[in-house]
Write a protein that binds this ligand. Structure first.
Ligand code: SF4
Ligand code: SF4
Ligand code: FES
Length: 256
């Protein structure tokens, strides 16, 4: 097994402030950045705070920034860095720091609660739902989300603009609105809930200028912008500016 010493800079501090600290840590073949954080805890900084659970890219807990890019600590191989490169690990920038690499991501849970859930169709019992495979496949892509919030962290609408957080749900939750709006059995409209209008008026869809930064950092490779945000924008604009489209949708839905 090959072992070499690598140079790391790790942010240490809390909500009152902090600083980058330098460390030299042994790295073994095949390791990921989370292994190095664990070795740091075991040998030099037993009180270094980091959040993690699965070490398999599935729980979404170990989100941080590595050399300024939002990434999962457990899915970033040390082999992607040159051996003489300094690897800088900092907490997610868009959320308040609790301590060291741990941030308070409760903004995301608050946004999740603002989105009304699936409205079951009247007259159908669970088990009687029938959907086309293409509709199932569409939501399955969105449901791969592990709620790591890397997309939320990277989106420029909130990354350096705390003042936008109230009006903007962020890519993960606009994707959730899009998923429900595309669901062929969602009966929200029959109850008076217009998901396209709420996307615009309550969740800040208009702030998104489709830069695709969210898609680039998604560890599940969900095509957030192309498959959720752009289609939702197209449908919201149709609805807003074309009353015939609105009427057509209404009649089509009734006939269906
Ligand atoms: S595509 Fe939209 S939601 Fe995604 S990062 Fe860009 S502005 Fe944010
Ligand atoms: S959409 Fe991707 S980047 Fe965003 S929270 Fe889900 S898994 Fe993470
Ligand atoms: S520890 Fe679970 S995604 Fe990294």
């Amino acid at each position: 097994m090959t072992t070499y010493d690598a140079h790391f800079r790790v942010w240490r501090g809390d909500s009152d402030g902090g600083d980058l600290k330098d460390f030299t840590v042994a790295v073994h073949d095949g390791e990921v950045v989370l292994d190095i954080v664990h070795r740091l805890q075991a040998t030099q900084t037993p009180d270094l705070a980091v959040r993690w659970n699965c070490k398999a890219g599935k729980c979404g807990s170990c989100s941080a920034e590595i050399n300024g890019r939002p990434r999962l600590l457990c899915m970033t191989r040390m082999s992607v860095f040159a051996r003489d490169e300094t690897v800088t690990i900092t907490p997610l920038r868009a959320f308040p720091v609790i301590r060291d690499l741990v941030t308070d991501v409760s903004f995301n849970y608050a946004k999740a609660r603002e989105i009304p859930s699936f409205v079951p169709p009247a007259g159908l019992e669970p088990g009687e739902y029938r959907m086309k495979q293409e509709d199932v496949a569409r939501s399955q892509e969105f449901r791969k989300c592990i709620e790591c919030f890397l997309c939320q962290d990277t989106c420029h609408v909130v990354r350096d603009h705390e003042e936008n957080k109230n009006a903007f749900a962020g890519p993960r939750f606009l994707m959730r609105v899009a998923e429900l709006d595309m669901h062929p059995l969602d009966a929200a409209e029959e109850t008076g809930l217009d998901r396209k209008r709420t996307a615009q008026d309550e969740h800040g869809l208009g702030y998104c200028n489709i830069t695709k930064c969210c898609t680039e950092v998604c560890p599940e490779q969900i095509r957030i912008t192309d498959n959720a945000l752009i289609p939702l924008k197209e449908r919201a604009v149709d609805r807003k500016y074309d009353p015939l489209v609105w009427l057509g949708n209404k009649i089509g839905r009734r006939k269906g």
